[in-house]
Design a binder for this molecule. Structure first.
Ligand code: SF4
Length: 373
């Protein structure tokens, strides 16, 4: 059973091993390490995800995705018996009882107040926490809460991983853009994107001051149709190219025809669909495993091939219906065949250039011979 967790400040410094059971950068662990170093600790980052080495006083674990929790549990089970263990991060916060039953350790739920605001030089930053929207398929409200906390003192970084920046105050958003613009990054990834329902011209004007990699939006349910259409059309009207408007299309949450329709509408309005297949929030099997919503008309075949169609850009050459009818493949001219022709053209151009250069060279040689003479 989960109880109110004491979050101790270590009385004396020692050696800590930081283990992230999810691949990639882990902002929380980076902040924890920075905080402990400020208290005199020696920190080491574990290169492995599911096992630790002995010799540390404290073992800290984090996982971002629930499908990484089995690896986290395996790693915790290798910690020497008499050592202290801390567990936190988004995935343990999503399934704390499951983790506690298998490790005997109660995870920290949500952001850890001991180092959430720890100053430092990080690869990512957060300027807010929380989102009041409460989408049923999203873990953010459970972990970060439904009210928006604004961190005006954030340290700018080129990747901003807020939950829903447009739900923060206008004053905060202007401050965020001022600080990011002042940092001079060549490119900025506002990773959580722009909530279509909130996006207005004033936001395009404000965030347009930044070298954004993309203007991410999402089209998760048909009921958002009017908002998403307006948002994409607004971005296009401001001269933003389609390839810079990735629109995340949740799939598997509505009947197949509705999901297909949403993706096709994104294209029609001027964005590029990025399919995200719905998974249960307590998904523990490997990430690549397929989940098929038993309440709808999806099949494993569709769940595999629908994202393939969009991510492979097959949609540029063929309609979904034709692609599906051809066995989920494209049977027209292949890009590689086109490339073959391109290579042949390039080879013959190079040959012509080489021949004409040789002729020029011969001419200039004879010219110089003539002039010397
Ligand atoms: S708006 Fe975005 S962050 Fe907020 S609950 Fe919905 S999916 Fe999550």
């Amino acid at each position: 059973m989960l109880t109110k967790l004491e979050l101790p400040i270590p009385a004396r410094a020692g050696r800590v091993l930081l283990t992230s059971s999810s691949p990639g950068y882990n902002l929380g662990l980076d902040k924890l390490g920075t905080w402990l170093r400020s208290l005199g600790w020696a920190t080491s980052v574990n290169p492995l995800r599911n096992v630790v080495s002995p010799g540390f006083d404290l073992y800290a674990f984090s996982a971002v995705f629930t499908w990484d929790l089995p690896a986290l549990v395996e790693a915790v089970q290798t910690v020497p018996n008499d050592r202290e263990v801390w567990i936190g991060g988004p995935a343990p916060s999503a399934m704390p009882s499951w983790v506690q039953e298998r490790t005997g350790i109660q995870p920290v739920l949500g952001p850890d107040p001991r180092f959430e605001r720890q100053p430092g030089s990080y690869k990512w930053c957060r300027t807010t926490r929380g989102c009041p929207v409460g989408c049923y398929f999203c873990i953010v409200p459970k972990i970060d809460g439904k009210s928006v906390l604004e961190y005006d003192d954030f340290e700018p970084a080129p990747v901003v991983v807020d939950d829903n920046l447009l739900r923060s105050s206008w004053r905060h958003q202007k401050l965020v853009v001022d600080k990011l613009a002042g940092a001079g990054f060549p490119s900025i990834d506002l990773n959580s994107g722009f909530e279509a329902r909130r996006l207005e011209q004033k936001h395009v004007d404000l965030y347009g001051r930044l070298p954004l990699k993309a203007w991410r939006v999402a089209f998760d349910e048909r009921k958002e149709t009017d908002h998403v259409r307006s948002a994409i059309q607004l971005l296009r009207a401001n001269g933003i190219p389609s390839k810079q408007i990735p629109c995340y299309v949740l799939a598997g949450n509505e009947p197949f025809a509705d999901c297909l329709w949403r993706a096709q509408k994104v294209l029609e309005w001027g964005g590029e669909p990025r399919i995200q297949m719905l998974k249960p929030l307590n998904w523990l099997r490997p990430r690549k495993d397929i989940w098929v919503n038993p309440r709808l008309d999806w099949t494993t075949e569709l769940a595999v091939n629908f994202p393939r169609y969009w991510y492979s850009y097959a949609w540029r050459r063929v309609e979904w219906e034709d692609w599906a009818r051809a066995g989920f493949r494209y049977d027209g001219v292949m890009t590689t065949e086109g490339l073959g022709r391109l290579r042949a053209t390039r080879t013959s151009a190079i040959a012509r250039w080489a021949a004409s250069s040789a002729a020029d060279f011969a001419t200039s040689e004879s010219d110089s011979e003539t002039s010397v003479a």
